[in-house]
Write a protein that binds this ligand. Structure first.
Ligand SMILES: CC(C)(COP(=O)(O)OP(=O)(O)OC[C@H]1O[C@@H](n2cnc3c(N)ncnc32)[C@H](O)[C@@H]1OP(=O)(O)O)[C@@H](O)C(=O)NCCC(=O)NCCS
Length: 492
């Protein structure tokens, strides 16, 4: 930096000599401004050039070149600009992975096959069970909607409404699970997609029911106070001309409002969602291109990198060769982690922003800075904000308000989350092994250990380690069991 500012000064000096007196005066002012700007842009830490100048200003001897100072890399120096080191890490990462790519291509050739991907979604081109299941989900959406409508006008009691909602929500989980388990024409990937849609609907309709119930409670409380003061304007009238911009209960109970909520990227219902003013077409296009490109990249990496690594891991598992299992696990960890990171960006940034932009949905906080997590709870509260918000609003806080202690409430949230993780893996694979469930529940002791023994950067490294190593363990467990169940039994 010091060098650069000095060079800048020399350049300006030369210009003023060339352009003569008047222009020179002008240039001087200009160069003065530039100099001021450059000084204000300088980093706060002392570079050797800065320090030298400071000494001259302080009236020290010009020729003195030593002073009391720490080496840059010692922590007492206060130096913190490691941008170059970060770039070095990126260059090393690219180089080492270029070698891996080459090794992979030499060993396996090109395995990427876009046509084969279709077979992951469809077994038979004449039968599309997963999309059919998703279309059927409208029945449950309409059931929740009409239950709320009946409740709003008092045709059914709160108790009956709660009972009907429970049946509807239970059916939302059991009907698709039963269909997937009984159908042979559905693929595991198609099942995961269908069950994910149903799980999202379950959480959304639970929230829809809760919020409308809260609105009824507020309406009843207001009606009680108003009847005491002998004046009771209708809710509709009170809204007046602002009805369209600010909806009040029960004016929200329309098909349009219900389907808007179903499509927007949030799990928590609100009567009035924040809306952006217009659709930004360039933003939309960028997100769409990212979605298409990253999807292809993920599928390509899975075919080329992950599948052969998993296939090569089966033998060490059969032989129970522990050191080879660990070696395979570490090998799988790298592609698995890359694909997970790409998935994060694809899903939480590109796709959610795309849908939000299209629906003019204003709240774009889909994730926070989970990559800086120094504790496990921080990670879980920041990486998937829609799920975290739902957990807080509809499960965790209601439990705390009812007097449940914090630890039990947290345990209950993780138990629910573990259930859904297992549901989304075991049912599509038609194999109940509980690895996903245990993986999620293991977060609680892990959170305790990390919080108790590790701080700062060590805590952050522990969170990264748990992500990089934890996931491939679960992947290998499921693949191994799936392999034993489907291929070894047929070979025997
Ligand atoms: C369990 C979980 C909800 C805890 O979240 P947390 O942020 O650590 O919880 P905290 O105890 O700090 O409290 C959070 C909120 O509850 C409030 N709260 C705390 N004690 C309360 C009480 N006794 N009564 C009412 N509110 C209370 C806090 O004020 C805070 O409110 P705010 O968010 O409006 O500031 C979170 O870890 C989580 O979401 N886990 C599961 C995540 C998951 O499974 N994700 C799946 C992704 S695939």
């Amino acid at each position: 930096m010091g060098d650069r500012s000095e060079k800048g000064l020399v350049k300006h000096k030369r210009r003023s000599t060339i352009s003569g007196d008047a222009a020179g005066a002008h240039q001087k002012t200009l160069s003065g401004q530039v100099k001021e700007k450059e000084q204000s842009q300088r980093p706060r830490h002392d570079t050797p050039a800065n320090k030298h100048k400071n000494h001259r200003d302080a009236g020290d001897h010009d020729f003195s070149c030593h002073k009391l100072q720490e080496s840059l890399l010692s922590s007492d120096s206060g130096y913190s600009n490691y941008r170059g080191i970060l770039n070095w890490c990126v260059v090393m990462l690219v180089l080492s992975n270029a070698r891996l790519v080459l090794e992979n291509l030499i060993k396996y050739g090109v395995l990427v096959d876009p046509i084969q991907i279709i077979s992951l979604f469809l077994k038979d081109p004449y039968s599309w069970p997963a999309p059919c299941l998703i279309i059927v989900s409208n029945v449950f959406i309409m059931a929740a909607f009409y239950i709320e409508r009946k409740l709003s006008v008092g045709i059914i009691s709160e108790g009956t409404g709660t009972f009907l909602h429970c049946i509807n929500l239970a059916a939302l989980l059991f009907v698709p699970a039963g269909t997937v388990l009984s159908l042979t024409s559905i693929t595991p990937v198609g099942s995961v997609l269908a069950l994910s849609v149903f799980t999202i609907l379950f959480l959304k309709l639970y929230s829809y029911r809760d919020v409308n119930k809260w609105c009824r409670e507020i309406r009843q409380a207001k009606a009680r106070t108003l009847s005491r003061s002998q004046s009771c304007p209708s809710v509709h009238k009170a809204n007046g001309p602002t009805e369209y911009t600010h909806v009040s209960y029960p004016a929200n109970l329309t098909h349009r409002d219900m389907y808007y909520f179903i499509f927007v990227p949030t799990l928590c219902y609100d009567l009035n969602f924040p809306r952006s003013r217009r659709i930004r077409k360039r933003f939309l296009l960028r997100r769409l291109l990212e979605m298409v490109f990253l999807m292809q990249l993920m599928l390509g990496l899975m075919q080329q990198w992950m599948v052969p690594t998993i296939q090569n891991s089966m033998k060490p598992f059969q032989d129970m060769d522990f050191s080879r299992i660990v070696e395979r696990l570490l090998k799988l960890a790298v592609p698995n982690h890359f694909i997970w990171l790409i998935f994060f960006y694809w899903y939480f940034h590109s796709s959610m922003n795309f849908v939000a932009e299209l629906m003019r949905f204003g709240d774009r906080e889909f994730y926070r800075d989970w990559w800086n997590s120094e504790t496990i709870p921080y990670f879980w509260s920041n990486w998937n904000i829609p799920v975290h918000k739902w957990c807080l609003r509809h499960f965790y806080k209601p439990m705390l308000v009812k007097g449940v202690n914090k630890l039990s409430a947290q345990l209950a949230v993780f138990f629910l989350s573990a259930f859904f993780h297992e549901y989304l893996v075991s049912v599509p694979l038609k194999m109940f092994r509980f690895w996903a469930f245990l993986g999620m529940m293991a977060q609680i002791p892990l959170a305790y250990l990390v919080g108790r023994f590790l701080r700062g950067n060590y805590g952050n490294a522990a969170v990264w380690m748990s992500l990089i190593i934890g996931q491939p363990i679960a992947v290998l467990m499921y693949v191994h069991d799936y392999y034993v169940l489907h291929y070894e039994s047929t070979a025997a």
